[in-house]
Design a protein around this ligand. Sequence first.
Ligand SMILES: *[C@@H]1O[C@H](CO)[C@@H](O)[C@H](O)[C@H]1NC(C)=O
Ligand SMILES: *[C@@H]1O[C@H](CO)[C@@H](O)[C@H](O)[C@H]1NC(C)=O
Ligand SMILES: *[C@@H]1O[C@H](CO)[C@@H](O)[C@H](O)[C@H]1NC(C)=O
Ligand SMILES: *[C@@H]1O[C@H](CO)[C@@H](O)[C@H](O)[C@H]1NC(C)=O
Ligand SMILES: *[C@@H]1O[C@H](CO)[C@@H](O)[C@H](O)[C@H]1NC(C)=O
Length: 469
Amino acid sequence: MIAVIIWYHFLDVCCYFNLVFLLCRVKMEPAHAACALLSLAPLLVLGVPPIWTQPEQVHLSYPGVPGSMVVTWTTFNKTESKVEYSLLGGRLFDMTAKGDATLFVDSGEEKRKMYIHRVKLTGLKPATAYVYHCGSDEGWSDVFFFTALNDSTSFSPRFALYGDLGNENPQSLARLQKETQLGMYDVVLHIGTTDHDIYHSNIDNARIGDEFMRQIQSIAAYLPYMTCPGNHEATYNFSNYRNRFSMPGQTESLWYSWNLGSAHIISFSTEVYFYLEYGLELLFKQYEWLKKDLEEANKPENRAVRPWIITMGHRPMYCSDDDQDDCTKFDSYVRLGRKDTKPLAPGLEDLFYRYGVDLELWAHEHTYERLWPVYGDKVYNGSKEQPYVNPKAPVHIVTGSAGCREKTDRFNPNPKEWSAFRSTDYGYTRMQVVNTTHVYLEQVSDDQYGKVIDSIWVVKEKHGFSAWF
Ligand SMILES: *[C@@H]1O[C@H](CO)[C@@H](O)[C@H](O)[C@H]1NC(C)=O
Ligand SMILES: *[C@@H]1O[C@H](CO)[C@@H](O)[C@H](O)[C@H]1NC(C)=O
Ligand SMILES: *[C@@H]1O[C@H](CO)[C@@H](O)[C@H](O)[C@H]1NC(C)=O
Ligand SMILES: *[C@@H]1O[C@H](CO)[C@@H](O)[C@H](O)[C@H]1NC(C)=O
Ligand SMILES: *[C@@H]1O[C@H](CO)[C@@H](O)[C@H](O)[C@H]1NC(C)=O
């Protein structure tokens, strides 16, 4: 008996040193090799049963409060929800945070069950790196690291932006994994249709959703992965999306806003304009919320420190793809609202214009398109020579070409005058909110091995409605 206990204790210690070895790169090769062999021993003896308590699909999100981060993951049996973490380079796992798990039952035939665990870390030191793992004494994840967001309004956050990254044909995934792990980004904004194939969950009983969440772990476990809903998540009233993500606010991740550096970032659902069967009242609720949020962000004391208002929503108001999507028609629902509902559903272009939204990020079209400043289907350049210096209308970027099963779309050969640059290459966008006057955006092509194929500086000395005149 004692021998057995000592044996297991020895393995624990071994595993601990394995970890230390990996993290700190301490030179102890022979001991390490011996530990690796020894730690296999119990498996050989006892066999490998399926581990339903093993954490998977680990991802991070920022709850909007400085010094905090939410860790979300999945297990298939109920377990405790714990995150053990520490400063990078400090004594491993010297802090523990607890949270809870909610049961999510997929609506597919099998009624598959899973537990979605959420743990909020608080009191993190800004701009400081942490290591963590999550799970419980019945199973721990791999070890990951992240940097707590810098809460200074003069911080210049770097974002990766994209939409329509699929479980199948995820062209940009490898480059994004590497760049994230290299620390090139502070945040990812995933602009909807987080998984092309959650759509098919009625066939696959959310297994494809699981696959997708596993696939993005190599990005999303290392930095806040901020999302908005897209059309492919619509099955069963967006229940996979609402259950799997943990965005700020009390709307099951459907719409919310948060601040970083000199930006106020608003995420919303364009899908409320299309899936009326899930409730027209959602469209009005969101509209009222958007109005209130924009009003608050425009209070002089708020706009002075966070002058950039950036929105992200899945289906664009404008695009020039040659499919039959909403944005190719003059009367885009998202832009102009719906005339076939009672009461009439208000569109968002006027609302965003009135409150001086600076930059509108979209996806859905499987292409990249940059627009000249546009409002009411007309171009409002800052000046002919410098269209993005003090633009007289919001700037729109459509970035939905990260790669999915539907491949890329084709363009209409005769775009309208607001179309400034278009590419059908697979790729994604980088954005840096540099300071109160400067935002930089560039487009990366995967087809061209990471080449930057487009870039702009948006420069604004003034923000808000009055900046348009
Ligand atoms: C654990 O999960 C598996 C797979 O969902 C299920 O078959 C099993 O009944 C669960 N066990 C417990 C104790 O909940
Ligand atoms: C946060 O960013 C600001 C602006 O770049 C910088 O001055 C500050 O040192 C950063 N904070 C930390 C803790 O690194
Ligand atoms: C769909 O989900 C939303 C958000 O939870 C909820 O408010 C709405 O009532 C649901 N619609 C239906 C038809 O169940
Ligand atoms: C906006 O600026 C671009 C770049 O200079 C120019 O090509 C385009 O014609 C301008 N559009 C209008 C309507 O002035
Ligand atoms: C903002 O950043 C730009 C680009 O780096 C720089 O030219 C400009 O002087 C900065 N403005 C302020 C107010 O710091």
